[in-house]
Ligand binder design. Structure first.
Ligand SMILES: *Cc1c(COP(=O)(O)O)cnc(C)c1O
Length: 366
């Protein structure tokens, strides 16, 4: 089976480096919120081009803590996309704020600025912008739009480790960038982990308190926080894994380029060419096909695993059916959910496997 992810193929040198990192942590006798975590925070924030990183337990809580640190809560509206991991919207709901779903751009599947504009109200306080599949939109349009309306911008960077727009990395455009290091992400831990990155020192300090029950100096609890700490073991492992990220991203890009050049089936729509000035990191390579389910079954018969990101848009999930949304509807998101299919694009696919995926897609007839 050609898999969506296959961690067993990672290089032996990486495995040895991770084992040495685990040993280093065990020998240190310090396991939660320590030097390894601080080192990783500094390194990752630096790579994103901002001053502060705050390691947290996972990507969902990175978004939740970002919103809390921006003083967003009950009575506030936060605009986001229905074409995302459920965690994006759940994070907003958990703060007590009200998510408002805007539609996607049918070309890129990224949040539509025109639709977001229709979602504005006097209560709108923030946008959670998802860099879906690993691609950034024209970020000046978003930062200008948010600044003009006094809105906070939180970037959901779970798909977009070191994706850039005009040479600047995901996470540096908004007030906060929220990363997940879930194992399947482009930079993944051997477990759960996440981080907020920001240039705002006061916000970083507040996030540090919020991740640790809301604790400040001397055991004082000025507010109610979470338990969402990054442990030393995952931080040390992630430090080693940063070492293969550039190579892995290059491999994803090469696979995406091959798919673009070689997939030729009139029933299959390739993803639109990358946005101008944007360097895509291809967390996912997503095609669209009206006969999506038949195509998925055909690929499965040819030994190719595929997944759907995402099969059910958020507003069709049971707890979210009454969420506020663009009064014009969410038709592009619904269409995308019915037709999208993610092909294997992980960095350790070999060229024969990539060719097998291409052949299988090209041989599909319903
Ligand atoms: C994975 C993911 C998250 C949540 O990250 P976790 O670490 O699983 O909590 C949020 N948003 C998007 C777009 C994701 O893909």
């Amino acid at each position: 089976m050609i898999l969506m992810n296959d961690f067993r193929r990672e290089p032996d040198a990486l495995r040895s480096a991770m084992l040495a990192a685990v040993e280093r942590v065990m020998n240190s006798g310090w396991y939660v919120l320590g030097e390894e975590g601080e080192r990783f925070e500094r390194r990752w924030a630096g790579m994103c081009g901002v001053r502060h990183g705050v390691g947290v337990g996972n990507g969902m809580q990175a978004i939740e803590i970002a919103l809390l640190a921006l003083n967003i809560g009950p009575g506030d509206e936060v605009i986001t996309t229905p074409m995302t991991a459920f965690a994006t919207v759940l994070a907003i709901l958990r703060t007590g704020a009200t998510p408002v779903l805007a539609d996607i751009d049918p070309q890129t599947a990224l949040l539509s600025l025109a639709s977001a504009d229709r979602c504005l109200s006097s209560r709108t306080r923030a946008v959670v912008l998802v860099h879906l599949y690993g691609q950034l939109a024209a970020m000046d349009a978003w930062t200008d739009w948010c600044a003009g309306r006094n809105l906070s911008l939180v970037e959901d960077c779970a798909h977009a480790h070191l994706a850039t727009w005009r040479g600047r990395a995901a996470g540096c455009f908004g007030h906060v960038g929220a990363f997940s290091f879930y194992p399947t992400k482009n930079l993944g831990a051997l477990g759960d982990a996440g981080m907020l990155v920001t240039d705002d020192g006061a916000l970083a300090k507040r996030a540090c308190s919020l991740r640790n029950y809301g604790k400040s100096m001397l055991g004082r609890h000025a507010e109610l926080g979470l338990n969402s700490r990054l442990d030393e073991m995952q931080a040390a492992i992630l430090m080693e894994r940063i070492g293969v990220l550039e190579h892995a991203t290059a491999a994803r890009r090469a696979i995406a380029m091959t798919y673009r050049d070689a997939i030729r089936n009139p029933l299959v729509a390739l993803p639109s060419p990358p946005c101008e000035n944007a360097a895509h990191v291809h967390h996912l390579f997503v095609i669209n096909c009206e006969a999506r389910d038949a195509l998925q079954a055909h690929l499965h018969r040819h030994g190719i695993q595929t997944l759907i990101h995402y099969p059910i848009p958020v507003h069709h999930q049971k707890p979210c059916r009454n969420l506020l949304r663009d009064p014009g509807g969410l038709l592009a998101a619904e269409r995308h959910a019915h037709t999208c299919l993610s092909l294997p694009c992980h960095p350790y696919l070999d060229s024969a496997e990539v060719a097998a995926v291409v052949d299988a897609v090209n041989s599909f007839v319903p």
